[in-house]
Design a protein around this ligand. Sequence first.
Ligand code: SF4
Ligand code: SF4
Length: 65
Amino acid sequence: MFIITVDIEKCQGCGDCVENCPQQLIVLVEENGKKYAVYSGSPDDCIGCMSCETCEENAITITEI
Ligand code: SF4
Ligand code: SF4
């Protein structure tokens, strides 16, 4: 199982991780005019492919549990 965390201070809301996740587990949300990515699944859903960790802002951390 994997825990996906997004550092919303680093996230620029580009949506690359949303497009790259083959399981469609990441969504963009908007709050106070700022867009950022949020992991929307459970730890069981992520297959650990690491596609989202290619974030150019280095905002995503994948931890295996
Ligand atoms: S790829 Fe990185 S900067 Fe872009 S939305 Fe995802 S976490 Fe944010
Ligand atoms: S590691 Fe792969 S399956 Fe898991 S959230 Fe990132 S892109 Fe999606």
